[in-house]
Design a protein around this ligand. Structure first.
Ligand code: GLC
Length: 436
């Protein structure tokens, strides 16, 4: 596809079927929207800020296009540095910057589970961006507000979902995607048995099984969808229960059967590479993988769809809540220029553009409901009714990171072969200590 030289979004004269006048807005991934109020940023023209941005999927390329546009319109220069691909590695890196009161990081992506922990190190955005924040979902703004201080601006939301190969389901006689984890197991097994001869790399199910924050998200979904609880409820760690133990052992049974052995070291991109390469029937991932899978050069373009993650029969489908906000370091030497960059990045125009070119879920309701976004992300409406499960970072604040680390380490050791009934009691004790 040829890159256009026009600014984006551009209005192209696209005659509708009925011949009524009007046009459609075209979104070009190589051209970001213009800065809505460039005069605000121009006051700081010539300043240079460092932004710790995305590193997963097309995230970094998209950041570069946005930063280039922002510099063109305001004269503020942006040094874009991709954060580590693992959320908890990024957490550790930022912690070092913050503890050293470093001014080497001005703007940064903040995982939805961090505002409580990092609030003391973040610039209060209330006076500059508080009014704009009112356009975003209240719940996300509440998550980014700590002791009355707006420490981050919502940027995009995330939730876990099941990606599946429509062509293979049809080939093996399935009219619907799996509703339960048992269905997923039997369907994956049948499809692998059939495909293995032609493709020895073919597997049934890939997900985030490495010992990192992503596994906390996946395993929370396993538990919450099978009556195993949501980790921490009413001030108590709830993982030590028979349903949770049974489900974790069920997941252990996937390794080396429907899932590759290597899945115990997979993060988002490892899973996506297998699925997008045409080598897996099912994948658990976040919405960004949708746009990537539909790219012109994707082997599975037009051959997959998304649906809620399975649940045990009688239980609700769930998806762990993820997402990222943008914050400004309290130690930045250019806080005003930094705020202007955040203003641009979280604007309705940019959220619309990112949704269309990268399937990032908007945090502004009017953007999420717009025709362009619903067309680019047809799953938004059907997925809206799925129960969203938060990780307990709200109540745990700066204790969440250690709490989650004990959980994902324990779950990873189960996936690697240990019996859940021997791991979970100790894991629960560690989690209780971390929460204490
Ligand atoms: C996604 C989510 C984030 C989560 C991470 C785990 O980036 O948006 O909230 O912590 O995945 O890998």
């Amino acid at each position: 596809p040829a890159a256009t030289t026009a600014a984006s979004p551009v209005v192209s004269a696209s005659p509708s079927a009925t011949g009524t006048p009007g046009g459609t807005v075209a979104y070009d991934k190589n051209h970001a929207p213009a800065v809505p109020q460039p005069e605000l940023g121009k006051k700081y023209s010539g300043q240079k800020i460092t932004y710790y941005g995305d590193s997963v999927g097309a995230g970094h390329d998209i950041d570069m296009v946005l930063a280039t546009q922002f510099t063109k319109d305001t004269g503020i220069e942006i040094n874009v540095v991709p954060h580590p691909q693992s959320s908890d590695d990024t957490y550790a890196q930022y912690l070092r910057f913050f503890q050293g009161k470093s001014s080497d990081m001005d703007v940064m992506m903040l995982d939805v589970v961090w505002p409580g922990a990092f609030a003391p190190h973040l610039h209060d955005l209330s006076s500059a961006l508080g009014d704009l924040a009112k356009q975003h979902y209240d719940t996300i703004v509440a998550n980014d507000t700590v002791n009355g201080k707006l420490v981050a601006m919502p940027w995009f939301s995330d939730f876990g979902m099941l990606f599946y190969r429509t062509d293979l389901l049809q080939k093996y006689g399935y009219s619907d995607p799996p509703a339960t984890w048992d269905d997923l197991e039997s369907m994956a097994k049948k499809i692998v048995d059939g495909e293995k001869a032609a493709n020895s790399n073919f597997v049934g199910f890939v997900f985030q099984g490495a010992a990192y924050e992503g596994l906390t998200c996946d395993a929370l979904e396993w538990l919450a969808s099978t009556g195993g609880g949501t980790l921490y409820e009413d001030g108590k760690v709830t993982v030590n229960n028979p349903q949770a133990v049974a489900m974790l052992n069920k997941a252990r049974g996937w390794i080396g059967t429907i899932a590759p052995k290597g899945v115990t070291s997979y993060k988002e991109e490892d899973a996506r590479n297998v699925f997008q390469g045409g080598n897996s029937a099912f994948m658990r991932n976040w919405p960004y993988a949708y746009n990537e899978g539909q790219a012109a050069d994707s082997p599975i373009k037009g051959k997959f769809d998304v649906t809620p993650l399975p649940a045990q029969s009688g239980q609700k489908n769930v998806g762990t809540i993820g997402g990222w906000a943008l914050g400004v370091s309290a130690y930045s030497k250019s806080p005003d220029a930094s705020v202007e960059f955040v203003r641009y990045m979280t604007s309705p125009d940019v959220e619309t553009w990112r949704a269309v070119v990268g399937s990032y879920v908007p945090t502004i309701p009017s953007v999420a409901d717009s025709a362009a976004v619903l067309q680019a992300m047809p799953f938004l409406k059907p997925m809206a009714s799925v129960e969203r499960v938060p990780r307990p970072s709200g109540p745990l604040g700066d204790k969440y990171n250690q709490f989650s680390t004990y959980f994902f380490q324990g779950v990873n050791s189960i996936l690697n072969g240990q019996d859940a009934s021997s791991v979970v009691p100790n894991m629960a004790q560690q989690m209780t200590r971390a929460a204490g």
